[in-house]
Design a protein around this ligand. Structure first.
Ligand code: NAD
Length: 519
């Protein structure tokens, strides 16, 4: 990013797209204010992208993509590998930017780099094979044909990303789209544009062909412009259910393909025979890391009655030992990244308290802090009518509900429309695997929590209102490619049997064939 991009006030002719999604203080006179949420200090100001700028960027993307899409997947993978190595060389500098604009702890910053590097490694190593043309069997009757499937670039992929993992959730779709031979127009969250600009700088300097990745800056209306642009051929959106639905509808109207990776309200089920120490530690880490601002964080726990008190006791003890604060290198949790998100979490806690829930640990913000540091919070005596049990919280809060058996736990897990991740803790693996088939979720962890995201050969995504489409795994790499079937004639005969004119003899032959082959 150049200084001029950072600080210049756009001229009055540059009709910047006004913004709708963030608080008014983020947007001023065509500029986006980048804030450190832990200190509330302004880091810098960026020009908000105009419609003209978006058009200019898609024009240059088209040129760059033409050459890139013509490269064999292996050559593209080699360049992505170089970009990954460059990211690792510059990881401290990248982490600094991420931590400053999110309020994360140092370790949560390290996780951003580790996860991104592992996704990039997988994409560049599995990509060439996932995208190679495949021969297909021609079945019983089309022996005179040769058939294959090829995976082609869409052209320009519009990626719209959220603020909670500003590097991972921008890099993952970007790298998979690039592997597929596409150019990318990235619109990062208005809360975390600097991480995306830094990623672009590092990838460009790491050898990505110039112009192939473009970043536009702004709020929801800039995102809308990316979706409605006639130049974007596929949209990959990572964010809330509410916005995901709007984008799904907008894409349907344009017949534009879309991948939607949306919110969740992930359950963790603890059965009576579980290793309680492991389950409690998993719940605490899964609920609180990154200040709970993780789409697959543990939000609701269903624990079988015989072990419920023991489990709640251990979770509460561990939660009290978990430290939240501004000292990024020693604390376990940093600040909330956005003011509206902090307000939403506190409102859900207060709603639960009013409706009779018991807040056994935490429940408040740290006093005398510039940012919003919410205490790790454990809530019990909850019921399904409370927002804390039926809406995404996206904060450091674990709500624990006692259930009589596994069937009740599964029924309650499935009682919402979300379906992103779920976890089951039990020593009985057979039972866990059987139950997993009855839980509505894109991914299930058994005796584990969230690890599936770092098992990058596994596809990741949701069911129901948590979205559609997959990232990562071979499925994710192929999601950014158009599937084209190719059917070739092998022998070049004068005609096929079914071409006009069709004689009585041919009809008779076909009747016999049907009986012999399929009867
Ligand atoms: P959000 O939906 O408010 O915003 C996401 C992005 O969409 C931002 O870049 C925003 O500017 C843009 N946007 C907003 N309105 C738009 C519109 N009308 N058209 C186009 N773009 C628009 O979400 P958020 O608050 O940034 O992120 C938090 C949410 O994301 C949570 O619900 C979380 O669960 C979800 N999430 C999901 C995943 C996943 O992989 N499933 C990962 C991370 C976060």
């Amino acid at each position: 990013m150049t200084m001029s991009e950072r600080e210049t006030i756009p001229s009055s002719e540059r009709a910047s797209i006004s913004s709708q999604t963030a608080g008014p203080s983020l947007f001023e006179n065509g500029l986006l204010r980048c804030i450190n949420p832990a200190t509330q200090e302004t880091i810098t100001k960026l020009n908000i992208s105009t419609e003209q700028e978006i058009r200019e960027k898609t024009d240059s993307l088209k040129e760059a993509q033409e050459e890139w899409g013509a490269l064999p997947p292996r050559a593209r993978a080699k360049i992505l590998k170089k970009a990954r190595k460059h990211l690792v060389e510059r990881m401290d500098e990248v982490m600094e930017v991420i931590i400053d604009e999110t309020g994360k702890t140092e370790f949560d910053g390290i996780i951003e780099i580790l996860t991104t590097a592992e996704i990039m490694r997988f994409v560049s190593s599995a990509g060439p094979r996932a995208l190679a043309s495949e021969k297909r069997s021609m079945g019983l009757i089309m022996k005179t044909k040769r058939g294959s499937v090829q995976y082609l670039a869409f052209g320009i992929v519009g990626v719209i990303s959220p603020w909670n993992y500003p590097l991972i959730l921008a890099a993952s779709p970007v790298v998979q789209a690039l592997m597929g031979g596409n150019g990318v127009l990235l619109k990062p969250s208005e809360y975390t544009p600097l991480s995306a600009l830094k990623m672009k700088e590092v990838f460009d300097e790491g050898g990505l062909p110039s112009g192939l990745l473009q970043v536009v800056i702004g709020g929801g209306d800039v995102g809308e412009a990316v979706v409605s642009s006639p130049d974007t051929d596929l949209i990959c959106f990572i964010g809330s259910v509410k916005v995901g639905k709007q984008i799904g509808i907008a894409c349907a109207e344009q017949m534009k393909p879309v991948i939607l990776e949306l919110g969740g309200k992930d359950p963790l089920i603890v059965l009576a025979d579980a290793n309680i120490e492991r389950a409690a530690r998993a719940a605490v880490w899964g609920g609180f890391h990154n200040a709970g601002q993780t789409c697959i964080s543990v939000e609701r726990v269903y624990v079988e009655e015989p072990v419920a008190d023991q489990f709640i006791e251990r979770v509460s003890q561990l939660a009290r030992e978990t430290e939240v604060g501004a000292q990024r290198s020693v604390c376990d949790l940093g600040s909330m990244t956005t003011d509206p998100q902090a307000a939403k979490v506190l409102a859900q806690i207060s709603d639960a308290r009013k409706r009779g829930a018991n807040i056994v640990v935490g429940g408040r913000e740290l006093p005398h802090s510039e940012g919003h540091f919410i205490q790790p919070t454990v809530v019990v005596d909850v019921d399904e009518t409370m927002e804390i049990m039926n809406r995404e919280t996206f904060g450091p809060v674990i709500a624990i509900s006692k259930v009589k058996d596994a069937d009740e736990a599964v029924a309650k897990s499935n009682s919402l429309t979300y379906g992103l991740n779920a976890s089951i803790f039990t020593q009985d693996l057979k039972k866990a695997r059987r139950l997993s088939r009855h839980i509505q979720a894109g991914s299930i962890c058994i005796n584990d929590v969230e690890s599936n995201y770092l098992c990058v050969s596994l596809p990741f995504g949701g069911t129901g209102s948590s979205g559609r489409g997959r990232l990562q795994g071979i499925e994710g790499i192929r999601a950014f490619a158009q599937v084209q079937a190719v059917c070739e004639d092998r022998f070049g005969l004068k005609r096929e049997l079914w071409w006009f004119p069709v004689s009585d003899g041919i009809k008779k032959l076909f009747r016999t064939l049907i009986k012999v082959l399929y009867g």
